[in-house]
Write a protein that binds this ligand. Structure first.
Ligand SMILES: Cc1cc2nc3c(=O)[nH]c(=O)nc-3n(C[C@H](O)[C@H](O)[C@H](O)COP(=O)(O)OP(=O)(O)OC[C@H]3O[C@@H](n4cnc5c(N)ncnc54)[C@H](O)[C@@H]3O)c2cc1C
Length: 361
């Protein structure tokens, strides 16, 4: 395979969008992904929410960054935006980290606009457990359409895309970097950006580079056909509750629950990497998720279970404590000139990453 100025490892949303950006800037770019297609992993298996800030009352910085990036995201990925449903945030009476008054104040402070939910929505909620419900200005994205848009962007930016190519390790060779592939091939590039999300440390470990202290969860995302009465996305804030969101690529809804979605969690330490996900259990917890969710939204009991998607969710250790969702972008990683690593915490913080890259160019 030809050498390139930039080699991007990982063709999820972040790797693909970064590759397209660098291609538009005039660099020769090669994008490699281990899977058979782009955006098949976390960029597909997620709640599909374009964050407008409402989700982060415990991290005002994250809320403000989300708001700013939201507008850029819905402009750039307009054809993949799904906005034909009401987006409802509800506050639980018991067990919530936030009261209705605090949520309203937080939204006023950050400029997140909301209005009280209409009776058509609130009559479907159990008012013994729900204190208040608001319609907010957020939307969903269709991950299948995002993939098509990214493919178009990559094509018009002249990026070479090769799938089914797993990078094992990266090595510094005098003035260039060299990537060793599972196929036995070796590719040289002036700069390499690793955007492999949950398996970032696999490449770093194989390359004898320091590991990132990443926290992982093995998560289940059940997909359901909603009853006709539910034509809105519902998020119960902020604690051991659930979200029921449209999942546009499969024209259904996803259910996630703070207590039951993560089946297992682990952290990559200074010297140990990973866990064999192939051995992790896929015993669904959809029934217990539904049992708890129906206490707040009784008609969810009539939703039809379709199947569960499984993925590894990865965040930075600090995010577990302060609920922030910053981008991680480090260049010259581990004193390896030209090597960068990126971990996107949510789709819209692509723009924080592109801002870092733009400063470097
Ligand atoms: C359950 C869940 C819910 C979420 N909900 C939301 C949400 O509602 N809104 C939001 O904005 N964000 C959400 N997120 C976060 C969001 O999904 C991620 O931030 C984003 O998808 C990360 O994109 P990525 O490109 O870094 O990772 P990925 O999409 O995982 O891409 C990484 C790519 O690297 C490839 N790869 C891995 N190893 C190698 C290798 N050795 N060689 C070559 N290629 C390799 C993989 O095949 C994959 O395509 C959620 C995440 C999860 C898991």
């Amino acid at each position: 395979m030809h050498a390139a100025e930039y080699l991007i490892v990982g063709g999820g949303f972040f790797g693909s969008a970064i590759a397209a950006y660098l291609g538009r800037c005039g660099y020769s770019v090669l994008l490699l992904d281990a899977a058979e297609n782009l955006c098949t992993r976390a960029s597909y298996v997620n709640q599909a929410r374009v964050h407008g800030g409402y989700h982060y009352p415990r991290s005002v910085v994250t809320a403000l960054r989300s708001q700013e990036n939201y507008l850029r995201f819905i402009r750039d990925f307009d054809a993949a935006i799904v906005d034909n449903f009401e987006k409802v945030y509800a506050i639980a009476k018991l067990g919530s980290f936030i009261t209705t008054e605090q949520f309203v104040n937080f939204c006023a402070l950050t400029g997140c606009r909301l209005v009280e939910a209409t009776p058509a929505i609130t009559r479907l909620l159990n008012r013994e457990l729900i204190d208040a419900a608001f319609v907010v200005e957020e939307c969903a994205f269709d991950a299948g359409k995002i993939r098509i848009l990214l493919r178009q962007q990559l094509h018009s930016a002249g990026v070479t895309v090769v799938t089914d190519k797993k990078v094992l390790r990266i090595q510094k060779k005098s003035s260039v970097l060299s990537a060793h592939l599972a196929s036995g091939e070796e590719i040289e590039a002036e700069r390499i950006i690793v955007a492999t999300y949950s398996s970032l440390n696999e490449i770093l470990c194989n390359s004898d580079l320091p590991l990132l202290p990443l926290c992982h969860e093995w998560v289940e995302l059940p997909l359901l056909a909603p009853p006709t009465s539910i034509a809105f996305g519902l998020t119960v804030m902020d604690g051991p509750f659930f979200s029921f969101m449209p999942f546009p690529p499969e024209q259904c809804y996803s259910l996630s629950h703070v207590s039951y979605t993560p089946h297992q969690s682990w952290q990559d330490g200074a010297s140990a990497w990973g866990i064999a996900t192939a051995n992790l259990s896929k015993q669904s917890r959809v029934q217990v998720m539904l049992q708890d969710s129906r206490r707040y939204l009784p008609s969810i009991a009539d939703a039809q279970y379709i199947k569960s998607l499984w993925e590894v969710k990865t965040i930075l250790p600090r995010s577990k404590h302060d609920d922030s969702r910053p981008i991680l972008y480090q260049n010259n990683y581990g004193d390896c000139a030209g090597l960068s690593v990126v971990l996107g915490a949510k789709i819209d913080n692509l723009y924080d990453c592109l801002d870092y890259i733009a400063q470097e160019l």
